[in-house]
Design a binder for this molecule. Structure first.
Ligand SMILES: [Zn+2]
Length: 183
């Protein structure tokens, strides 16, 4: 909220300096009367599984070595959540997604996102990373992922994240690694 106030001092309709109202949960323009509220940007994050029930994880080049996570991306204007899941899967990894099921959400206020989590079923396509958002992606069986997490070959997101919840939702229980202090 503090960041939103700092970044939105003026009325977006007429340019006058606006004032905090409703205990700081909104801003009001003293000239044109417009009320302005903080935005929340929808972002989808998804555990994609194939017809062998393997899980797709990917990594970005700027992440720490061995870090892998679920695919994710922002919802675009006019797009349904399900279509955002399908577009991001195809754009980032070349995977065609069919069925999409909602699993839960997590506010991520850095600065203004709401992460919406899904389980998604791959319907085809070959993994082809775009090289921009993802530098690599692959499928894991439960046995492979348990082994790679235990040995440190794969570093999953911390337990506070919806990404970890989606991975463990697919896995069927907690995955133990050297970051158990986070749990
Ligand atoms: Zn105004």
């Amino acid at each position: 909220m503090a960041q939103w106030h700092a970044a939105h001092p003026f009325c977006a309709r007429c340019g006058t300096r606006s004032e905090p109202v409703q205990s700081g949960w909104a801003r009001s323009c003293p000239v044109c009367g417009a009320e302005h509220y903080p935005r929340t940007d929808g972002a989808v994050i998804m555990a994609i599984v194939d017809d062998e029930d393997r899980l797709l994880l990917g990594r970005q080049a700027r992440w720490a070595e061995h870090r892998y996570s679920c695919l994710a991306g922002f919802v675009e204007p006019g797009e349904s959540l399900e279509d955002a899941v399908r577009r991001e899967a195809r754009e980032e990894a070349g995977v065609v997604v069919g069925e999409v099921a909602y699993r839960g959400s997590q506010p991520w206020p850095f600065p203004a996102s709401l992460m919406l989590g899904f389980r998604a079923r791959a319907a085809g396509g070959e993994i082809t990373v775009d090289g921009e958002e993802l530098e690599s992606a692959r499928w894991w069986t439960r046995e492979e992922l348990a082994l790679d997490v235990a040995t440190g070959e794969v570093l999953l997101p911390p337990a506070v994240s919806i990404a970890r919840r989606l991975v463990e939702d697919w896995f069927g229980g907690p995955l133990h690694d050297g970051q158990d202090a986070w749990r």
